[in-house]
Design a protein around this ligand. Structure first.
Ligand SMILES: [Zn+2]
Length: 457
């Protein structure tokens, strides 16, 4: 349906820098209204901006480099003028605009061209209903990532944005709980005008907005009408894009260079220093896990999506086969983490504990069942796994006659299941195996039990 659909994105996120851009106020989303403010971020008469906060510059340069951009060496802040109650100075300081040199340009991320990466300050939070303005947010550093209009489907946009967020999380570049906002440009072909949808704030809404808007445009063209160059908004309640303003009414922001700030120079040494601190990109990790380590792609995708999990995995792989480790990471470790709602750094155990545990599994000294309960126990607090297994007598029962006795017992006590199995009910075999394994408190290997029972039936 979207044969010629073209979508471009402007992705906005809060930089995870700790401080506002041009003053010493903290960034704190939970602070009571109007408590993290000062004369600079409320633009009181006579106040001047301080130099942009170094932590924010570090993050924005890191983002530009992760997205394969070329860095501009001279950064020029501009004043972008508009009159809203959320903007006490009447202008916003930004590196975008008519005379701008964005921080990074001409990048590429997973096949999509990055037009520019730039930095700006956030306005205050204004409630149009009550007129109340909270200046806490005024001056927060924002990153804007502008792509070329190269996406051809909403699904592609969603997958790409997910990977972008993973990559940004690797360098802790944006505040994850604040999420992202996107301006989405949609056109249904090169000969047609594009419509900009402002401030769409979830992956789901972005997909819906693109699908809805492309349908509307194709329908208009089908009826012989023109697509007008417009700015719209996404109404999540109506599930529709709604008109905001026409091209003719497009804002003139009267950009001028900010006279209170010097041109910021990004030196070669500084960018080298940032570059050397960057981690391997998540999709590079994924390909390396698949191609060099032989890990299943679906497992590699899950593990590489979390830099801490990936770090733990790589340490464990020094001693354990990556394929074996990846299965246990994906299935069991993540199960426990999800259940406890804990991140890797909150688990309390490290690679040595997981390595001990997996080594016992690899050598089949403990059963899968025991392995699973030991991971759960480790998540409550670390302990010496080898010692615990010995002390608690958890090693697998492998002596055939021991298991054989238990099998005889179970067969004797379950005539119905035995009969069902002989009548062709194969599920009854699983029941019998489960009974034997349960009697050993999970210490018998289900595969061996199965073989022995089969022989006896
Ligand atoms: Zn301030």
């Amino acid at each position: 349906m979207h044969g010629k659909l073209k979508v471009g994105l402007e992705v906005h996120g809060y930089l995870n820098s700790g401080f506002k851009l041009f003053c010493n106020c903290r960034v704190d989303a939970n602070a009571p209204p109007n408590t993290t403010i000062c004369p600079v971020c409320t633009s009181q008469p006579g106040s001047k901006p301080m130099l942009p906060y170094r932590g924010a510059l570090d993050k924005i340069v890191a983002i530009a480099l992760m997205l394969g951009c070329r860095l501009n060496r001279r950064l020029l802040f501009q004043r972008k003028h508009y009159s809203w109650p959320d903007l006490p100075a009447g202008y916003q300081r930004t590196i975008s605009g008519s005379y701008s040199f964005p921080v990074g340009v001409d990048g590429s991320f997973l096949g999509i061209g990055i037009c520019d990466v730039h930095l700006e300050e956030d306005p205050a939070r204004w409630d149009p209903e009550t007129g109340f303005v909270d200046y806490n947010r005024s001056g927060y550093p924002l990153v804007e990532i502008v792509t070329n209009p190269e996406f051809v489907s909403s699904a592609q946009v969603r997958d790409w944005l997910k990977k972008l967020l993973t990559t940004l999380s690797y360098i802790k570049a944006i505040t994850p709980d604040a999420g992202i906002k996107c301006d989405v440009n949609v056109s249904v072909g090169p000969e047609f005008k594009r419509v900009e949808i402002k401030n769409v704030n979830s992956l789901k809404a972005i997909v819906s907005a693109i699908d809805y808007e492309s349908r509307v445009q194709l329908k208009a063209i089908g009826l012989g009408k023109q697509v007008l160059q417009e700015t719209k908004a996404w109404d999540d309640r109506l599930q529709e894009t709604v008109f905001m303003r026409a091209k003719e009414a497009a804002m003139d922001y009267m950009f001028i260079p900010e006279p209170d700030l010097p041109v910021i120079t990004i030196t070669e040494a500084y960018s080298k220093q940032i570059e050397s601190s960057l981690p391997e990109k998540p999709h590079d990790k994924l390909e390396r896990y698949v191609n060099d380590l032989g890990v299943e792609r679906s497992d590699a995708e899950v593990i590489s999506s979390d830099i801490l999990l990936a770090g733990l995995f790589e340490k464990v792989c020094r001693n354990i086969s990556p394929v074996f480790a990846s299965r246990w990471f994906r299935k069991e470790l993540l199960r426990v983490m999800n259940y406890l709602k804990k991140d890797v750094d909150e688990l309390g155990f490290d690679e040595s504990h997981i390595t001990q545990l997996l080594a016992l599994l690899v050598s089949r000294k403990i059963s899968d069942e025991t392995g699973r309960s030991l991971i759960e126990k480790l998540a409550e607090g670390p302990f010496d796994v080898d010692k615990f297994v010995k002390e608690e007598n958890l090693e697998i029962i492998s002596a055939e006659e021991d298991i054989g006795k238990l099998c005889d017992e179970v067969i004797r006590m379950s005539p119905q299941a035995v009969n069902d199995y002989r009548m062709g009910e194969s599920r009854s075999l699983n029941f019998l195996v489960g009974q034997v394994v349960a009697r050993t408190r999970g210490r018998a290997d289900a595969r061996i039990v199965r073989e022995i029972i089969l022989k006896k039936l």
